[in-house]
Design a binder for this molecule. Structure first.
Ligand code: FE2
Ligand code: FE2
Length: 320
């Protein structure tokens, strides 16, 4: 009896049905090529963001104001390296190698979150980054825990547990500065003013301008739209700013009773696209630093490969 082979359309329909039924898609399952490509792009971009994101904060490890602060920041930055590792592994399960992803990052073909192209100029910035940047990341990542691709979803669950510690360590720095001397309070205000808008841009362009949104929503790669997630973040940040006794950087912020949300001012989209297209403060510096660290670490990778080869040869010799 001839085996019946499903047509491409039937396979796609069955795939969509599984997604609609909230089943997770696993690495060995059939998936449309565009789903695979879309996921590789999103997960690798996410992995690059975790790793490049170590730089602005790593810049302050040696200058932390106390031993305790230094230990906390060090742990936080190490967590981000771990997040990169989970995510690169999740992307590898889709058939792309780590080396290919690193090359795409270093040659500028792959993007990472633009926020990390802003410099960290003061200790207050370390507070604002933990509070606002990790805070915005959490809003996005909580929603991604329900993403349709199994390995990505499981990585997100693990990552979210660590992110809430990151957010609190940042907010705690802000509390101390905001309740400190007038100069410290001013430092906190400046950092808030500098990082508030770029943090809002982390959610990406408006839904109407977003190239990948509709398909990603249908496939449940993304579970909520850019604008909905951004609104969530705007709403949760207002009481946090009030608690610190700082001024809101958005003069247009206003509670809208009817919508049950805050109305807010428009973002500077020219700046958004300028930074995305490689012309932020630190784009070149971040990639150069990554290349340098990668080259300096080559001996570690070589040693690992040599060790693996030795173990393999030994096993073969023992078996003979
Ligand atoms: Fe992270
Ligand atoms: Fe984080």
């Amino acid at each position: 009896m001839a085996e019946y082979k499903l047509t491409e359309e039937e396979q796609e329909a069955a795939f969509q049905q599984r997604i609609d039924d909230e089943q997770k898609i696993e690495p060995k399952d059939w998936m449309p090529e565009a789903y695979r490509k879309n996921l590789i792009r999103q997960i690798s971009q996410h992995a690059h963001s975790e790793v490049i994101g170590e730089q602005p904060e790593g810049n302050w490890i040696t200058r932390s104001p106390s031993l305790r602060r230094k230990a906390v920041l060090l742990a936080k930055v190490q967590d981000e390296a771990g997040h990169g590792l989970y995510l690169y592994s999740a992307a590898e399960s889709l058939g792309i190698s780590r080396a290919e992803m690193i090359e795409a990052l270093q040659t500028g073909k792959a993007k990472y979150a633009s926020i990390f192209n802003y410099p960290s100029q003061t200790w207050g910035d370390v507070g604002a980054i933990g509070w606002l940047v990790d805070g915005a990341a959490i809003v996005n990542q909580v929603s991604l825990q329900r993403t349709s691709y199994g390995p990505y979803s499981r990585a997100m669950i693990k990552i979210c547990k660590e992110e809430s510690f990151h957010q609190r360590q940042g907010y705690q720095i802000m509390i101390e500065l905001a309740k400190g001397t007038p100069a410290q309070k001013q430092m906190a205000q400046d950092s808030l003013n500098r990082f508030y808008w770029p943090a809002l841009m982390m959610f990406g362009p408006h839904d109407s301008e977003s190239a990948h949104s509709a398909k990603s929503m249908k496939w449940k790669i993304k579970r909520e739209t850019n604008d909905d997630l951004r609104q969530k973040f705007i709403d949760q940040t207002v009481p946090q700013i009030e608690f610190l006794g700082l001024e809101h950087p958005d003069k247009a912020i206003k509670w809208n009773e009817e919508r049950g949300h805050y109305d807010s001012g428009e973002l500077n989209w020219d700046e958004f696209y300028k930074v995305i297209n490689g012309n932020g403060h630190c784009n070149r510096q971040r990639i150069q630093h990554h290349i340098k660290a990668h080259e300096e670490g080559a001996w570690v990778r070589d040693a690992q490969l040599a060790y693996n080869a030795k173990q393999k040869a030994k096993k073969a010799a023992d078996a003979a």
